[in-house]
Design a protein around this ligand. Structure first.
Ligand code: PMP
Length: 398
């Protein structure tokens, strides 16, 4: 059976890490990753996570199955984090939240749900978007189209073009929106722009699918979740939100995320939840316990939640400091054209570097970035900032 199976190409970003690992230069830097590293170049183990883990180990419990839609203490806390504790949607019982296998699992379960309920719908994703968006929605059976998003000239959002493209979509089209910290560009909408997008979505009867993988990584938990509230306040009665704790809790390998479905009323929310459960049941039956227990344990403890929020603030402020530092050092190295890096949000920046410049950074300096020019700002450190700035300035000038 397997004699003639086609070899499919590997993930280009993971391929980059393999090339980086094989590079013997001690000054090498991997800016191609999608992970937050701390000053010492390691994935942080948050203190709040470590503390709850120790408590859970002390009170070790038997490992029964979780319900299909996950640990109730986790889904409840997640709903409050994503929508805000005082959200009228929560009070009305209109939000059904399921624990999922990371943010990716939420995207796929959400895609399966929408494809079942809206079998003829197309999905529109931003140009560019996280490369897995196209793959996940395509695998769920969607036709995937793009709406204009990034403006290479300003290094920000081409908002007029975005609105124009969204305005041309057929009613019922699903629109995938990055809540904050847009991956891969770092270009986000302002609150006022979100309001305009929400009004247009409502007016054109488009279906919002919000992907929130970086809540708390730019301005704060509440501000980074503004898109969710603005869409709700616009009176759009049905939409979904996929969120992930991979970055905000530094729990990448625990695969912990959630899908929240907003329905017009509590009865509709129950019915949609029954559909979500059927989908999960036929893929992996029920989710795993550990990541959910960690997140729920932290979010539901006053003390640990405070500690987590402080650690999230530390990560966010460090990213801002690295952005500032990079821009300053680029100016000092004679490359003043990168001030826009300070305006971009989250871990990533579309640096404006061409494929040829990215190739030179890799070949001549051992600095690895994605071919599109995407760099992970959170993989910089005060130790390599000078080296990276000098190298970028050299390839940018030539
Ligand atoms: N959406 C976006 C925009 C992402 O960048 C990522 C992770 N890189 C995900 C979803 C998936 O998150 P997870 O790793 O939790 O599956």
């Amino acid at each position: 059976f397997f004699a003639n199976v086609e070899l499919v190409p590997g993930d280009p970003i993971l391929g980059l890490t393999e090339a980086y690992n094989a590079d013997s230069r001690p000054t090498k830097v991997n800016l191609g990753v999608g992970i937050y590293y701390d000053e010492s170049g390691r994935i942080p183990l948050l203190r709040a996570v470590k503390q709850i883990e120790q408590q859970l180990a002390t009170d070790a419990k038997p490992r029964g199955y979780l319900p299909i839609d996950g640990l109730p203490a986790y889904t409840q806390a997640t709903r409050e984090l994503v929508f805000g504790k005082d959200s009228p949607l929560l009070a009305a019982g209109r939000v059904a939240t399921s624990q999922t296998i990371g943010g990716s699992g939420a995207l796929r379960v959400g895609a399966d749900l929408l494809h079942k309920l809206l079998p003829h719908a197309t999905i529109a994703i931003s140009n560019p978007s996280w490369e897995n968006h196209r793959a996940v929605f395509g695998a769920a059976g969607f036709e995937v189209v793009e709406y204009s998003y990034f403006d290479a000239a300003t290094h920000g959002v081409d908002f007029d073009a975005m609105l124009a493209d969204l305005g041309k979509l057929q009613p019922g089209t699903v629109v995938l929106l990055h809540a904050c910290c847009h991956n891969p560009t770092g270009a986000d909408l302002t609150v006022d722009q979100w309001k305009q997008v929400a009004a247009l979505l409502k007016d054109r009867q488009l279906f919002p699918f919000i992907d929130m993988a970086y809540q708390g990584f730019d301005k704060g938990i509440e501000q980074d979740g503004a898109a969710v509230r603005i869409i709700a306040e616009a009176g759009i009665d049905s939409f979904v939100v996929a969120n992930s704790y991979s970055k905000s809790f530094s729990l990448y390998g625990e695969r912990i995320g959630a899908l929240s479905v907003v329905a017009p009323d509590a009865n509709a929310a129950k019915a949609v939840q029954s559909q979500v459960k059927r989908i999960i049941r036929t893929i992996y039956s029920s989710p795993s316990n550990h990541g959910a227990a960690l997140v729920a344990g932290v979010l539901n403890s006053v003390e640990l939640r405070q500690l987590w929020e402080a650690e999230l603030t530390e990560m966010r402020e460090r990213i801002h400091a690295l952005r500032n530092g990079l821009v300053e050092k680029l100016v000092a190295a004679g490359a003043p054209g990168f001030a826009f890096i300070n305006d971009q949000a989250g871990m990533f920046s579309y640096s404006g570097l061409s494929r040829a410049q990215v190739d030179r950074l890799r070949d001549e300096y051992g600095i690895y970035a994605v071919g599109t020019g995407r760099i992970c700002v959170a993989a910089l450190s005060q130790n390599n900032l000078d080296y990276v700035a000098q190298a970028v300035a050299k390839v940018a000038k030539a």
